[in-house]
Design a protein around this ligand. Structure first.
Ligand code: ATP
Ligand code: MG
Length: 651
């Protein structure tokens, strides 16, 4: 025990030793909150608590893996493996697979990921004859997610719509939900909502969980949303052994329904809760903490916290003006190359943090041209590649024949005579009957409504799917995928689409990656199933890349949102301009405070060196547009902007 507590300061130790009853650790970045819940878990285990009784909730799968690794070192593999440690989403999906019949879900219900969501929403808008100019599908997607996370049902959204846009989105929401239910798929928000329903409607399940999980700990509690909060409350209602750690200044998921009032209201939810404040930052130099403090104190509504560095002064923070995004990227790539060559850093020490999904492109190009190894996290993903989505759609359809999005995607890939008219006919009939598109297609072929090439194409597709399904049942996924590729002659399809050899290889490699995953999954899993494989792929999407290359020495290129909880020796915070950070939308949506918290998160990821860049101009729709440095930089320097400076939203 002594050894465990040795690396902690007095406040941290108190948090670890307070094992019974509700406990709130509300403290600034880098003060050891995550370390506290890790050590607290080890402490409980050493005191004789069974690993099965502990539930640890982290914000990403990657964080869960890291926590388990650390615990393995502290308490041994055997105990660490028996802990329940994961995100709310992974916890909920396991619960749903176990109790699917209570919710009228098929055991092999599918998952609707971000890209499927877009397809479904676009389809819904089309059906409603709403153009994408009237309602931007991405905006609709985030609004729908917000509705769901606020537990608002489609009809209620329709009733309460304040204007035409909201009304259109609300109708789209209803169509979208119909589509999900018809397809027997759940989107990410559904995991939480269905789990919530399970716990509310089935008291015996709730009691089971409460009895099992005697100790519940949640990291990054400032970003829990309504359903996550509800699930937590349901599990700890009786014993109240809940320890949450978080920092209201790092709440950055408001757009997904996260609600700061949950952490600030903890003591109201749990009267008499113990509370620990941690004030010493062990991560970053004084210079960095000072900059972070200067920015975040401009937020009006916050819990005042002091934050001191344990590391000493450190070097100053350069704020560099770049000509444009290419200059920015090449400057940083040049510097990284030199730093590593001189031995000042390893690639793995370095992170480049961006605000938007568009920013990585320039960096990727430059890093590649310098031969700098990097990994991209949270940007355009592997799963957005056409070939990968094609094959995944096939696999999903094999696992869950009701999955409409997947079926419609591959119905005519490779071409098999199923044209757009036929598809439209099928979709209309499916919507009317409330059955899935696949079974509707079969019905229309059987009753002769659809004949000719389309019918023939469908029958051949169905045969391929049946054969692959039979292979999948035997549990050999590598074989299943290989045979599927043969059955549908996918290689020929890739060769047909891409005339030049290099692109062909690149595209085919994406397909091969799926095989690699299958191989990996099969090796690790005791009972591999197709559903399990698809689930592992989808759930781990955001942090999949570093699954197996943990030792790889490479620069991390990632969005600020996915950098939460992490730390790097050297951080480049780039594109710190009005319109990027704070983001364009934030001025209209009144979310500048959340952007400021993002800035705070970015700054506090750096341990020793932080450099900030902004561009004087940036290419937009093929034109170079002038940019203005972010207001956060003036706040950091405690300076007022010059007269010709322009804030976002004022142009
Ligand atoms: P964030 O708010 O960014 O999630 P956090 O509060 O969770 O940060 P940790 O990641 O747990 O902070 O800790 C930050 C760093 O400080 C880690 O490298 C951790 O190992 C180190 N650290 C924490 N507590 C101590 C301590 N008492 N002595 C030395 N190092 C510590
Ligand atoms: Mg943390």
């Amino acid at each position: 025990m002594k050894k465990l507590l040795g690396g902690l300061n007095e406040d941290q130790r108190r948090a670890v030793e307070t094992t019974e009853g509700p406990l709130l650790v509300l403290a600034g970045a880098g003060t050891g909150k995550t370390r506290v819940i890790t050590v607290r878990t080890a402490y409980l285990l050493n005191a004789g608590v069974l690993p099965e009784s502990i539930l640890l909730v982290t914000f990403t799968n990657k964080a869960a893996r890291e926590m388990r690794e650390r615990l393995t070192k502290m308490v041994g593999k055997e105990k660490a493996e028996r802990l329940t440690c994961g995100t709310f989403h992974s916890f909920c999906i396991r619960l749903l697979r176990e109790h699917h019949e209570k919710l009228d879900l098929p055991k092999a219900f599918g998952i609707c990921d971000g890209s499927d969501q877009m397809t479904a929403i676009k389809g819904a808008l089309r059906e409603l004859r709403i153009s994408e100019q009237q309602v931007n599908p991405r905006a609709a997607q985030s609004r729908i997610s917000l509705y769901k996370n606020s537990c608002i049902l489609p009809n209620q959204a329709i009733d309460e719509a304040a204007d035409d846009w909201e009304l259109a989105v609300a109708h789209c929401f209803r169509k979208y939900e119909d589509h999900l239910r018809r397809s027997c798929v759940l989107d990410f928000d559904d995991f939480l909502l269905f789990a919530m329903r399970l716990l509310t409607e089935h008291e015996e399940v709730r009691e089971q969980l409460e009895e099992r999980y005697q100790y519940v700990m949640i990291d990054e509690y400032q970003d829990t949303n309504g359903p996550q909060y509800g699930i937590t409350q349901a599990i700890v209602r009786g014993h109240r052994n809940l320890c949450v750690v978080g920092d209201d200044d790092q709440s950055i998921y408001g757009w997904r329904g996260a609600d700061i009032s949950k952490i600030l209201g903890f003591e109201k939810d749990f009267p008499g809760a113990d509370k620990v404040h941690l004030g010493i930052n062990y991560r970053s130099t004084e210079e960095i903490i000072d900059a972070a403090n200067k920015v975040i104190r401009n937020n009006p509504k916050r819990h005042e916290k002091s934050l001191r560095s344990a590391l000493g002064a450190g070097s100053s923070i350069p704020i560099l003006r770049m000509d444009d995004e290419t200059h920015e990227a090449s400057y940083i790539a040049t510097e990284i190359e030199a730093l590593v060559r001189e031995g000042a850093n390893r690639y793995g020490d370095i992170a480049i943090l961006v605000r938007t999904a568009q920013q990585p492109r320039a960096f990727e190009a430059e890093l590649r041209s310098f031969d700098i190894p990097y990994k991209l996290i949270g940007g355009m993903s592997f799963f957005d590649r056409k070939e990968v989505r094609d094959i995944l759609s096939y696999l999903r359809l094999i696992a869950n024949p009701a999955d409409e999005t997947s079926f419609l995607r591959i119905a005519n890939i490779p071409a098999r005579g199923i044209g757009k008219t036929t598809i439209d006919k099928v979709v209309t009939a499916a919507t009317e009957s409330g059955h899935g598109a696949f079974s509707t297609f079969r019905r229309l072929v059987e009753d002769g409504t659809i004949g000719g090439a389309a019918a023939k194409g469908f029958v051949s597709l169905r045969e391929s799917l049946n054969v692959a399904h039979a292979y999948a049942q035997q549990g050999d996924l590598v074989f299943t995928v290989t045979e599927l590729l043969n059955l549908i002659e996918y290689r020929a399809e890739v060769d047909r689409i891409y005339p030049d050899d290099q692109t062909r290889e690149l595209r085919w490699n994406g397909v091969m990656e799926i095989l690699n995953f299958a191989e990996n999954y099969q090796r690790k899993e005791k009972k591999p199933t197709l559903t399990g494989f698809l689930e592992a792929l989808t759930l781990d999407e955001s942090d999949r890349k570093d699954n197996d290359d943990g030792d790889n020495d490479s620069v991390t290129l990632m969005t600020l949102h996915s950098a939460k909880g992490l730390e790097f020796r050297r951080v480049y915070l780039v594109g710190v301009e009005e319109g990027i950070l704070p983001h364009n939308r934030s001025a209209n949506e009144g979310t500048i405070d959340e952007e400021r918290r993002l800035m705070y998160v970015g700054v506090t990821r750096a341990q020793h060196e932080l450099a900030i860049t902004y561009c004087a101009a940036r290419a937009k729709f093929g034109k170079l547009v002038p940019c203005h440095p972010s207001r956060f930089l003036f706040e950091m320097k405690e300076k007022t902007p010059p007269d010709d400076w322009m804030a976002v939203g004022t142009s």
